[in-house]
Design a protein around this ligand. Structure first.
Ligand SMILES: Cc1cc2nc3c(=O)[nH]c(=O)nc-3n(C[C@H](O)[C@H](O)[C@H](O)COP(=O)(O)OP(=O)(O)OC[C@H]3O[C@@H](n4cnc5c(N)ncnc54)[C@H](O)[C@@H]3O)c2cc1C
Length: 426
């Protein structure tokens, strides 16, 4: 180890969680030595719906990096469809904790590269085509040795004071900590594809995120998200336990959804780049804080169990980790502060994740989905709450649970009498 370079922080994985961890440390203290490794060469594709909402915009604004969204078209509404073709369209409400009520749909091939480039511009040292193999303690109790391997299987060592696992849903860092993957009930499987559609925006009257719940994806949802030009990201996602139990075929569901889009008049051309992947839900998070090691993003199971959104939570986790630890990388307080990171994350998102997990269970029933969409079509508060669960940090309080339960139980006519400001039914 003599004369070897020692990083203050070494991050495994240059996705949004890892890159934003690096960006946050460098902004909080530009003198820190930060390294980041990724097994891929960027730009690289990642199976995703490509939708980023107010949370990601805020995370970028924190260090003045929102310019990477310049020239991207804004999506301004959501259109939810359920069984029996019940549909409602709603503008993305002003969310409480964020400034912007818009969503962008940017292929991850571009988005991740832009965020990674911000880290590189801050002099974060990056090693692409470099795979994490394992780590171990050294004779210096403050320093870890990390073994990495290039594509020719050449192994080398990198030394660091803090190791961050930001290596996604199949995290090898998580495995080296002897932590199990999420069980099937706390995981989803999803497939993404791209299509070209010259008339998607005309059919839905505006740039809208389209969700179809419990139809093409029984007990899950299908999506169509408009990106730049004619490019549309489509996909299907559902809980893995139900997918396995009913022996389903995800490609077939995707093609069924294409038929649904066509039946609505959407022209679908050039279906391509179908790719499926796992989503570890935040309803079951592993221990994130370990001896000189922390997990962020999908590696630490941080995906919203209702919406499937994970980019925001991973980026925010990276910031929280940096904020809690950047002053203690040389001291004896490091482990204590890694634990403070885990506490801060749980405090901020614990109840929100739980509320989203409950909402997901309710929406697994086609009956409840129909009922919810019916209620939402006459009651703006309900649809706003659903959209806040999707795009903000809403949580179910006792009052909210009581009000929502009452709305589910009350006869529809009585409910209509008491409610105001209908959403726009499709
Ligand atoms: C089909 C689908 C649709 C989704 N839609 C959305 C959406 O619309 N919006 C949203 O916010 N979220 C969505 N998600 C979730 C989102 O994709 C993840 O939450 C997000 O990618 C997490 O970012 P990350 O940086 O933690 O991990 P990743 O983006 O997976 O990045 C991990 C990085 O680690 C690298 N890596 C892995 N193993 C190693 C190793 N051993 N050594 C070195 N490097 C390694 C990988 O190459 C990769 O670059 C979706 C997920 C799926 C599967």
């Amino acid at each position: 180890m003599k004369n070897e370079k020692i990083y203050d922080v070494l991050i495994v994985g240059a996705g949004p969680s890892g890159s934003n961890t690096a960006i946050s440390f460098k902004n909080l203290d530009p003198n820190l030595n930060i390294g980041i490794i990724d097994k891929a060469i960027f730009p690289r594709d990642k199976s995703c719906g490509d939708a980023i909402g107010p949370g990601v915009i805020n995370a970028l604004k924190r260090f003045n990096n929102e310019h990477i969204l310049d020239d991207e078209p804004q999506v301004i509404s959501t259109s939810l469809f359920g069984p029996d073709d019940i549909g409602i369209q709603n503008y993305i409400p002003k969310v409480k904790n964020k400034d912007d009520s818009v969503v962008y749909v940017i292929p991850r091939y571009q988005l991740d590269n832009r965020i990674f480039n911000i880290a590189k511009e801050l002099n974060v040292e990056s090693y692409e085509n470099t795979r994490f193999v394992k780590y171990e303690n050294t004779e210096d109790e403050n320093i870890l040795r990390v073994e990495v391997q290039d594509s020719e299987n050449q192994k080398t060592s990198i030394y660091t004071k803090l190791l961050v696992g930001a290596d996604g849903a199949n995290s090898r860092v998580r495995k080296s900590l002897n932590l199990k993957q999420n069980s099937d009930i706390h995981k989803a499987i999803a497939i993404r594809a791209y299509i070209d559609s010259p008339n998607y925006i005309d059919i839905f009257k505006e740039r809208t995120l389209m969700f179809e719940i419990n139809v093409s994806a029984l007990k899950g949802y299908a999506w169509a998200f408009p990106s730049k030009g004619d490019l549309i990201n489509i996909g299907i996602g559902m809980p893995l336990n139900l997918f396995k139990k009913d022996n389903m075929d995800i490609n077939q569901m995707l093609y069924q959804f294409v038929n649904t889009l066509e039946s609505k008049g959407v022209i679908v051309e050039n279906i391509r780049m179908e790719k499926s992947y796992m989503l570890p839900f935040a309803s079951s998070r592993p221990k994130l804080a370990h001896d000189k090691v922390a997990l962020v993003g999908d590696a630490g199971s941080m995906i919203n169990p209702m919406s499937g959104e994970g980019i925001f939570y991973g980026m925010e986790a990276g910031y929280l980790l940096a904020k809690e630890t950047f002053t203690s990388l040389d001291g004896t307080d490091l482990n204590k502060n890694i634990k403070r990171y885990e506490k801060a994350l749980n405090k901020r998102f614990g109840k929100h994740f739980l509320s989203c997990a409950l909402a997901r269970l309710v929406l697994q029933s086609p009956f409840m989905t129909k009922r919810l969409l019916k209620i939402a079509s006459i009651d703006k508060n309900t649809i706003n709450f659903v959209v806040e669960l999707l795009f903000d940090e809403a949580r179910l309080t006792l009052k909210e649970t009581f009000l929502l339960s009452a709305k589910f139980i009350l006869p529809f006519k009585t409910l209509r009498f008491f409610t105001k400001s209908p959403s726009f039914s499709l």
